[in-house]
Design a protein around this ligand. Structure first.
Ligand code: SF4
Ligand code: SF4
Length: 173
């Protein structure tokens, strides 16, 4: 058995304040809280203010290729772009990529700081659109690559395994 962390999103309660984007980017900046920039956040809020629709989307897995098929979403009669609510960092859009390095961003549930029990975006969502829970699941679910593996994979694709390995050896030595 293992513990799975879940952030539940109540879209009806989201008011588009974007505090979640702000705190996520500040929490992950170097030094911590040293800067704020939504483009570095691992959560982005899709907004359609005319219709009062706001959808927070947390960055998910990196995907190397664009989807073969796409979904169109219709909400209250309006159809939204197929990529609007997608969680992936992918080649077809700039979302969820670090603006400096171009490396994919992925929500890490704020786990890099062991003292943070409740993810920062949940703590800062005063509208309670984001709530946090933990549930226990069977242990035989496939392991997903962590953030470091995703970053390394992207570097290997860009520079080749040999160069990346040489750089790692230099740093280790
Ligand atoms: S902090 Fe909460 S209410 Fe504000 S944009 Fe994010 S999810 Fe929506
Ligand atoms: S859980 Fe942490 S890393 Fe993930 S979106 Fe929220 S603040 Fe960002």
């Amino acid at each position: 058995m293992k513990k799975v962390k879940v952030i539940k999103v109540d879209v009806d309660k989201c008011n588009g304040c974007r505090a979640c984007e702000m705190i996520c980017s500040a929490f992950h900046s170097v030094p911590k809280y040293g800067s704020v920039g939504p483009e570095r956040a691992r959560i982005r809020v899709f907004s359609d203010p005319m219709r009062d629709i706001y959808v927070p989307v947390r960055a998910g897995e990196y995907t190397e290729a664009e989807c073969n098929g796409r979904d169109l979403y219709t909400i209250e009669g309006k159809t939204y772009d197929e990529c609007s609510f997608c969680r992936s960092s992918c080649p077809s859009r700039p979302l969820f990529k670090d603006p400096d390095s171009g490396l994919p961003l992925k929500c890490d549930m704020c786990e890099e700081d062991l003292e943070v029990e409740t993810p920062m975006c949940v703590q800062w969502c005063l509208a309670n659109a984001l709530t946090y829970e933990e549930r226990v699941v069977e242990d035989d679910e496939p392991q997903r690559p962590d953030e470091m593996e995703i970053g390394l994979e992207a570097l290997v694709r860009k520079h080749g395994a040999r160069k990346v390995l040489a750089a790692v050896n230099r740093l280790a030595g």
